[in-house]
Ligand binder design. Structure first.
Ligand SMILES: [Zn+2]
Length: 184
């Protein structure tokens, strides 16, 4: 997840990444399918090196480890558990029209169901599909037009009916269902 705490270099006006892209693409065998590629706002964005059909397996997740506290780099896997991916996959940006789905029940990353993945496509997923409450909410600048959430705070703030537009993990389905029955 690449809500990287990017800061602007005062002298050059360019974004400076912190941390730097430290994960080798050999981890999770990503070298054939992933490349680092800076975009306008995120210095460590990822693009696809593979073209794959909609819904197909992009990569299994095998290096994740459970951590005590959520932070910008963690992914939520259940109502109260979070993991570090420990691979370059941590730099997938959020999009409200994501190119990938991340499924923490099956521990795999898949191509989005609504379109094929092309070489050069930015690798993105929908952060509220795993995150109930984002560690650091942010303003989304994705290309989804009227389908863009605007400010991304987590699934907690997305109406149940609206949330159905996206693939979300089972713990998010359960948390949303519990939240909805509390309100009604
Ligand atoms: Zn958006």
């Amino acid at each position: 997840m690449a809500t990287i705490p990017a800061t602007t270099n005062v002298t050059t006006g360019k974004f400076v990444s912190e941390p730097k892209a430290t994960y080798s693409l050999s981890i999770e065998n990503l070298a054939d399918i992933v490349a680092y590629s800076p975009n306008a706002t995120q210095p460590d964005s990822l693009v696809s090196q593979a073209s794959l059909p909609a819904g197909s397996l992009f990569t299994p997740i095998t290096t994740a480890t459970e951590v005590r506290q959520k932070k910008w780099s963690t992914v939520q896997i259940s109502q109260d558990k979070h993991v570090e991916l420990n691979s370059a996959l941590v730099y997938m940006n959020h999009s409200c029209r994501p190119s990938l789905e991340i499924d923490m029940d099956l521990m795999e990353v898949r191509v989005a169901k609504d379109r094929d993945l092309q070489i050069g496509d930015e690798l993105t997923f929908f952060y509220p599909s795993t995150e109930w409450q984002m560690d650091k909410p942010f303003v989304c600048l994705c290309d989804a037009g009227s389908g863009c959430l605007g400010t991304v705070t987590g699934a907690v703030d997305i109406e149940a009916q609206k949330l159905r537009k996206w693939f979300v993990n089972e713990h998010i389905v359960k948390l949303k269902s519990a939240q909805t029955s509390e309100i009604e």
